[in-house]
Ligand binder design. Sequence first.
Ligand code: PLP
Length: 510
Amino acid sequence: MSDSFQGPDTDNAAPRAIDPAELERAGVELLAWLGRYHQSVATRPVLSRARPGDVLNALPAQPPERGSEDWSAILSDLDHVVTPGLTHWQHPAFYGFFPANASTPGILGELASAGLGVQGMLWATSPACTELEMRMLDWMAGALALPDTLTFRSPSGGGVIQGTASEATLVALVAARRRTLARAGLLDAPRRDRPDLALYMSSQAHSSVMKAAMVAGLADGPDDLANVRPIPVDDSLALRPDALRRAIATDLASGHLPCFICATVGTTASLAFDPLDDIAQAAADAGFTGWLHADAAHAGVACICPEFRWMLRGIDRFDSLCLNPHKWLLTNFDCDLFYTSDRRALVDALSITPEYLRNAASESGAVVDYRDWQIPLGRRFRALKLWFVVRRFGLAGLRDHVRLGVRLAEWLESRIVADDRFELCAPRRLSLVCFRLRARAGESPAQTDARTRALMDRLNASGALYLTHAVLPHGDGARLVLRMAIGGSMTRQEHVERAWAAIGTETARE
Ligand code: PLP
C-alpha cells in the first residue's frame, strides 16, 4: 500500500483528518488484514507468550514528529508488535473467563460507528443514535421475552446500552440510593441525619457489585462490610432468600435503610442462578422498599431460547436487569443491555443540565436523552452493531449459537463424568463446565488444588487452549476448580474434542 498521507493542508495548517479516498483504500487493506488474522487465529497459541515489557520495548519511546508513516508500516507492526502480545479471545480454543464474542456484523457495526463519528448524548445530537438504540432495546426485550414493564412499551420503563454490566450495576445503585431516600422522605434531610444505606448480594456475586458500592460511597474498600451484606448461598451456590430476609430485618432493627439488592442470574464462578421470585418475596416479607437489580451479565442472553427462560422467572418484580450481548451473543464489546421499569428514578439520579446542553427537543419532554441514563456525557453509537448482528443472524441464528455452546458443554460434561481422573465441581450450567482433578488416596485438598492448578498452567502454556480457574465453596472449605466457558464465536465440536484430548494428554503426563 502506498503512502497516501498528504501532509498538512497549507491553507489551513492542519492535516486533512478524513480523506475519503484514503479511508476507502486503507480501509480495504485493514479489513483484508483482519480477514487474514481471523483465518489464521486458530493456528496461534491462545495465550500470549509475551513477557512483561516485550511490547513496550518493541515500541519507540517517542512519537513521530512528522506524520509520514506509511499504512503498510502500520499494518506490519500489527503483525510484529501487536499480535504476539495478544491473547486471542476469538480463538476457537479460548475457554477462559466468559467469551467476548466478535462477529462479522459486530466488527462492521463497530467500524460504522467509528466511521460516522457521532455523539449520542442528547436526542438532538443525533436522533438516529437514540431512536435506533431504543428500538434495539425493545427488539431484544421481545426476543428475550422480558416483561413489558422493562420496555418503552410501558410509560415508565425502557432500556439503554451501557458499556458494561459493571456500569449498569453502578447506575442501578445510584438510582436506588436516591429513590430509597426519597421514599423514606429523607432526600432533603441533612446527611448527618440520614441512616446508613445497606446493600445485599450473594457471596458469589461479581466483584463489580462491591466496586459499585465503593464508587457510590457505600463502602471504603473491598473488605468494608459496614453497609454491604454478602448473603450466604445454598448447595447450588444460589443466594438463600431466608438469609436475605433475616439480614434485611436485622438492618431495619438496627436503623440501617435497606436500599439495593443485586441478584445474580448466572454467577461468574459457576453460573449459579439466584431465585428472583423468591428473592422478591423475601424482600417484600422483610419490609424492603429499595431497588431490586438482576445481574444476568453472561447467562441472560440465553433467554433468547425459550427453554432457558426459567432463569428470569420473577424478573417482573425487579426494578432493573442487565445482560451482555458482548459476552455470548455475537456482538463485539462493548454492549450491555440495561433495562429498568422506573426510568424516572434513573433520570432523577443522573440528570444534571448545564445551560449548554439545553435544547428545545429536551425541554419538550418528547425525547429520550440517554446522557441521563449513564455515567458519562458522551456516548458511542453502539446500537449499530447490535442492529447489524440481529439483522444478519436473525433471532434464529442467535438461538443456534447459544444452543451450540450448550450442546458442546453437555458433550464435555459427559466426558468428564465418564473419566475417573476428574470430577465435576458444580452441575454444568448452560455452557460452563467446572471440574478438577479427583483427589488421590491420602491426598489433602490443598495438594489436589495444587495439581489442578499445575494442570491448568501446563495446558495454558501449551498454547492449545486457554482456561481459567475459580474457587468454589466446598464443605467448610474452598476448592480450586477449572472453568471451561464454551460459547466462543468460532468454537465448534472439533475444537472441544481437541481441547478434551489435550486435557487428557496433559493429565497423563503428571
Ligand atoms: N456480572 C457477572 C455475573 C459477570 O460474570 C461479569 C463478568 O464476567 C460482570 C458482571 C462484569 O461484566 P462487565 O465486564 O460487563 O462489567
